[in-house]
Design a protein around this ligand. Structure first.
Ligand code: HPA
Length: 272
């Protein structure tokens, strides 16, 4: 585990050398939402494959690079693409970039994802503010030795998603004249989509959306003392709520709403 400290210092030294200076916000851009990073000014781009101790992302539709620069007047380090548990990475590996963001000084993180809508009033193309999550992956990135330098052994998850950031996102949405849904995100391991029975269970348990990412990253962000803003792009109705599910629909929906998504995140960031 103390290896982690050494690895982090190698990674951050490398990124500093590449021109990554002050970082205020980490950004994790999910499936089809990576284009937001193209709007970062004075961008320094670093391929994941060049970053020491980063694994290689294998998912189609994920560009796989870090982009550092200024967005809405904030110093951001964005991930265009992320690492998923279903790729076979450990949760520690999936969340390593969040540790890196924290080590570079980020006080906040914006996590985004594509998700299936469980709430019956949602429609594909809706954006949802994540107000809380259910970690249904069966794993946790903090299992194992705890490094007190990073955070407490038993982190409090009562306020994982920052209430004030959520209010700012809603205010930004109403300024832009768009409806922002809100709800609980339930994280599954994937890579299968859920069964209709699992979706009925998710709804009974209080979930509004389901997906295969985010919960591990948010756990590590909270452990690191970061404030979290989470936004899901509802790309489809979850299993059993439409005839069948496929990745093409996820890609199509994200490309349809990515402009709105980008505008919402930029407008929210301006206010923070
Ligand atoms: N389930 C899980 N992950 C997803 C979905 C879904 O329906 N849509 C996009 N990501």
């Amino acid at each position: 585990m103390s290896n982690l400290l050494e690895e982090l210092s190698e990674t951050t030294a490398f990124l500093r050398e590449k021109g990554v200076e002050e970082v205020e916000f980490g950004l994790i851009l999910g499936s089809g939402l990576g284009e937001l990073a193209d709007e970062i000014k004075g961008a320094v781009k670093i391929s994941f494959s060049d970053v020491p101790h980063f694994p290689v992302s294998t998912v189609v539709g994920h560009a796989g690079q870090l982009v550092y620069g200024t967005l809405s007047g904030k110093k951001v380090l964005a991930m265009q693409g992320r690492f998923h548990y279903y790729e076979g990475h450990s949760m520690q590996t999936v969340t390593y970039p969040v540790r890196v963001m924290a080590a570079l000084g980020a006080h906040s993180i914006v996590v985004t994802n594509a998700a299936g809508g469980v709430n019956e009033s949602f429609e594909p193309g809706d954006l949802m503010l994540i107000t809380d999550h259910i970690n249904y992956t069966g794993d946790n990135p903090l299992i194992g030795e705890n490094l007190e330098e990073f955070g407490p052994r038993f982190p409090d998850m009562s306020h994982a998603y920052d209430k004030e950031y959520g209010e700012m996102a809603h205010a930004a949405a109403s300024r832009l004249g768009l409806h922002l849904q809100e709800g609980v995100y339930m994280g599954y391991s994937g890579p299968t989509y859920e069964t209709p029975a699992e979706i009925r269970m998710s709804r009974t348990l209080g979930a509004s959306a389901v997906g295969m990412s985010t919960v591990a990253e948010v756990i590590v962000a909270v452990h690191s003392g970061m404030r979290v803003l989470g936004i899901s792009c509802i790309t489809n109705l979850a299993a059993g709520m439409q005839s069948s599910l496929n990745h093409e629909e996820v890609v199509e929906t994200t490309s349809r709403i990515k402009e709105t998504f980008k505008t919402l995140v930029k407008e929210t960031l301006k206010e923070i």
